[in-house]
Ligand binder design. Sequence first.
Ligand code: ADP
Ligand code: MG
Length: 674
Amino acid sequence: MFRFPLRGIPGPPGNVGSHFSVLPPKFNTENWSLPGAGRCLSKGGSSRRPPPARVRVAVRLRPFMDEETKASEPSCVRGIDSCSLEVANWKKYQETLKYQFDAFYGEKSTQQDIYVGSVQPILRHLLEGQNASVLAYGPTGAGKTHTMLGSPEQPGVIPRALMDLLQLTREESAEGRPWDLSVTMSYLEIYQEKVLDLLDPASGDLVIREDCRGNILIPGLTQKPIASFSDFEQHFLPASRNRSVGATRLNQRSSRSHAVLLVKVDQRERLAPFRQREGKLYLIDLAGSEDNRRTGNQGIRLKESGAINSSLFVLGKVVDALSQGLPRIPYRDSKLTRLLQDSLGGSAHSIIIANIAPERRFYQDTISALNFTARSKEVINRPFTNESLQPHALAPVKPSQKELPGPSEAKKAKGPEQESTGSPASVTAPAPASEKLSLLGKLCSMDPATMESLLSLDRLLGSQGSHGTPLLNTPKRERMALIKTVEEKNLEIERLKMKQKELEAKVLAQEAQDPKDKENSPTVLQPLPSCTDTVAKPLRKAVVMPLQLVQKQAESKIHILKRGHKRKLEPSIASKPVEKAEDCWELQISPELLAHGRKKLLDLLNEGSVRDLRSLHLIGQKKAQLIMGWRELHGPFSKVEDLEQVEGISGKQVESFLKANLLGLAAGQNCDPS
Ligand code: ADP
Ligand code: MG
């Protein structure tokens, strides 16, 4: 693997190459947002809806790869101007298909053109605590990796963005500046719906979660602090090498996987009000889009299920849903879209770079990539500043159980920097409330800048509805009142927790009571004559529940077998005990009910959405998508057992699936977990 040849080139401080200059002083990002775009408080901090910013789209046409093809066939694509292009229409030779985007980069465009024109403008938002993402889209061989990574001679977006970002953060966190900035990187790959940590390949498939504030997290994902470009190279290059080794071994793996570089810029204010901001930058080299190229009136047609790249398939659906303003956006249907929830229709400044090729053999892929990109243009994001107060600036409140902090969040919770003497290096534990009082007591000796910061805190508290007890120029009595309010809030939280515990205990008590009720109900299994002197045990839930339901609806149709001996249910002797009832009994449903259940199941398999399918027992996200894929390819299932033909579902699994679902459906039970 190469090293990026960026270091050592004469230029501005920090080893920044001359052509990788930091943002020009007059650099203006205003035109990247719709009118009115600007900073606002993070979710929960403001009731104001953040202003919109459309997803930007750029198209890059790569040159012919060999002179021979160039001489023998004309290019399928022709640039019109810096924003538009036309593609030959092979259905009607006289016509061309015209497209307009935010930018079009022709075959002569350089890496610098793309970077400066489309990527550099969004970097500054990271320093405002906003998110940004760059996605390279297009068929395999059209230049995605070239655009994102590049080569030693022509470094791409990733090395250039990292260079600039590190330079910017160095400048912003210089001594005397109000904020202290740090940068971390993570690098992952989504391959066959598995999230793999490229900085720690042994860690296996990782889960994607959303915290209570709507932030997407990957608990356990490695985050490496990077202070310089060589730090970045040190982590990134071996990880990329790991990936390319995998590519040869696993047959085109790299064109089927999405490589995601996540760079986080963390900012902590050095003086009161001690705000903190976090901006995330995703730099993504997507899998080759030729996997889902065949679109038609019936929707996306898929190749055989083994080759489905579910993430890319769902990405198209997410973009469609967003551009059509549909109420439900299927982010959760794939790992990639879940991860990109912020970037598409979310809170990020996003740019999609569609890479296309001029050769005739790419024609279909070119059209479908351009169509996808054109639809993406309609997607509106609402970026906001992800800003909060550093934990020690607030009264210590334990994080709620719902929050599953990722490493960075854990780091923040462990030991945020505390500004007590003006030194940014002093790191201490969060201040308890009593210390806060003494901190507030020092107000009178603070400099004007600090006073100004405190005034903004004051306004912040006011805007958050805390009735803004003024911090400055207030008598001690009022400051005490502020602290008292915080303490009261803590007590309130404790009270709520106790209440929750009480409710949980009630539910448990209720559950413990339930089996008793069942014993007295006429639907409980009857004892065998030989078992009359033993004590009854409650049936396993999975067996009892459907029986009770079915019994109520179709009592006469249910029979109980004891080890092969058929016996009609006798409600009149319900109170007698049974020994080991869960082992002794099994259910048999009448043929009509069974047929009814089968029909319902078949209808669901043929008409249900991914969500409907997931509501069935033993069907998870992956299986639901496989079923949908099979259905689109082969048409409806003629019987439930046809499920066995879906790749990844065995005969045994079909059997278990039938057992788990038939009874519930026959009884008209809704399988939806919600
Ligand atoms: P993808 O990642 O989309 O599969 P690559 O980036 O690997 O495609 O590009 C395929 C080949 O084309 C590589 O050899 C790459 O160096 C070359 N290439 C792509 N784009 C350009 C370009 N703009 N200029 C010169 N060569 C390019
Ligand atoms: Mg590639």
